[in-house]
Write a protein that binds this ligand. Structure first.
Ligand code: ZN
Length: 258
């Protein structure tokens, strides 16, 4: 069983007024609850967590029992404690998979793992998005058609400020002409990371079968083979004999500055 935790800031779905009503019609119990329901499978043990819970939803007892963490956030990125970001980062470096969705591109944890600003162009006019598989032999694209469309999406466009060591899995084209690296994988120490951009809260994107297939595949790809705790890195005793070994050896520097 892969232990999956779906974390959602869970703010937009609870806002008052017409905007909140529109989102609640799509995600009555939150994006995280809908994803849990839609991704349910015999090989997955799925838990959900949100920002308003104790320890912002991720106490060590849950985080350290998580194989793959999904992250959805938008308007509350700044409220996530740096101490939590430290703990998640350490867990990813040890081997936990991390799947960052949509506006999580500027979450503290994604920026921390990337080391870049992760900014992009965006526009919210409900235009069509067409995704293309560019890595057909990758585990994340199995069972996904070569191309599929989302009738209404928020435009995310290049330049996307992510490091160039990412492997591009999906490319998106938008009705307005923009293009975007919409699915990208990274390795950080022992952890696997997948960023997947579709998922704006006012469109029913996490009801789409292709999108769900991608996320389900990504969970299984990102699951750790093993969790590797921090290493002791100093090796004072070599495995082979070092004949010149002498920590107090004087180095002749007299000729260096002539
Ligand atoms: Zn959005």
């Amino acid at each position: 069983m892969i232990k999956v935790t779906i974390w959602n800031e869970y703010v937009h779905e609870r806002q008052e007024g017409a905007a909140g009503d529109r989102i609640r019609a799509i995600y009555p119990n939150g994006i995280h609850a809908l994803l849990k329901e839609k991704l349910a499978a015999d090989d997955l043990e799925i838990r959900i967590a949100s920002l308003d819970e104790p320890e912002q939803g991720l106490p060590d007892s849950l985080l350290n029992d998580t194989d793959v963490l999904l992250w959805w956030g938008h308007c509350a990125h700044a409220k996530v404690e740096n101490e939590l970001v430290d703990r998640i980062q350490a867990r990813v470096l040890a081997g936990m998979g991390l799947i960052v969705l949509h506006s999580g591109h500027v979450s503290k944890i994604f920026r921390r793992m990337m080391g870049t600003s992760c900014t992009l162009h965006w526009r919210e006019v409900g235009e069509k998005e067409r995704l293309w598989v560019v890595a057909p032999n990758h585990p994340i694209t199995q069972g996904v058609p070569e191309t599929f469309t989302l009738p209404h999406s928020e435009m995310y466009g290049e330049r996307f400020e992510i490091p160039d060591d990412g492997k591009i899995i999906f490319l998106s084209w938008f009705e307005g002409g923009n293009v975007f690296r919409s699915g990208v994988t990274f390795f950080r120490d022992n952890g696997k990371i997948f960023y997947f951009s579709p998922g704006h809260e006012t469109y029913p994107i996490y009801h789409d079968e292709n999108v769900l297939k991608v996320i389900g595949n990504a969970i299984r790809w990102a699951a750790p083979i093993q969790i590797i705790p921090p290493r002791k890195t100093q090796l004072p005793e070599p495995d082979e004999t070092v004949y010149s070994k002498d920590p107090n050896k004087d180095i002749d520097t007299s000729s260096l500055h002539k």
